[in-house]
Design a protein around this ligand. Sequence first.
Ligand SMILES: [Zn+2]
Length: 118
Amino acid sequence: MNKLAWLAGAALVAVLLYLAAALVGLRGQDAAGGEGPDEVVYVCREAKTLVSAPPQPTPAVNPATGRRTLVRALYCRDCDGWRAVPPTEAYGGNPLSHACPRHRQPMSPTGPLTAPVR
Ligand SMILES: [Zn+2]
């Protein structure tokens, strides 16, 4: 009888641990937000306007003109503006590690869309 009670207790602890692990796992997935950003910022090389759109190969189609003029844009805090980033294949690096040509510092993929394009 004692052994049975011990087994039942051990089983209960195992179930509780499993549930706790499952909960932590679900929360971890939520925090990560899936496979990356839903939308990234592009700048039109013709009109110098900012467009927020799902991630896609560049140059991407500007929905306003129908032409392939969109390249990734990164925000420099010191410039207080956006800078166009060349397509990845042009220099073979992570576009998000592209540094501001003026301030020599990494730029951010997020920033105020009201800021100007430099
Ligand atoms: Zn800068």
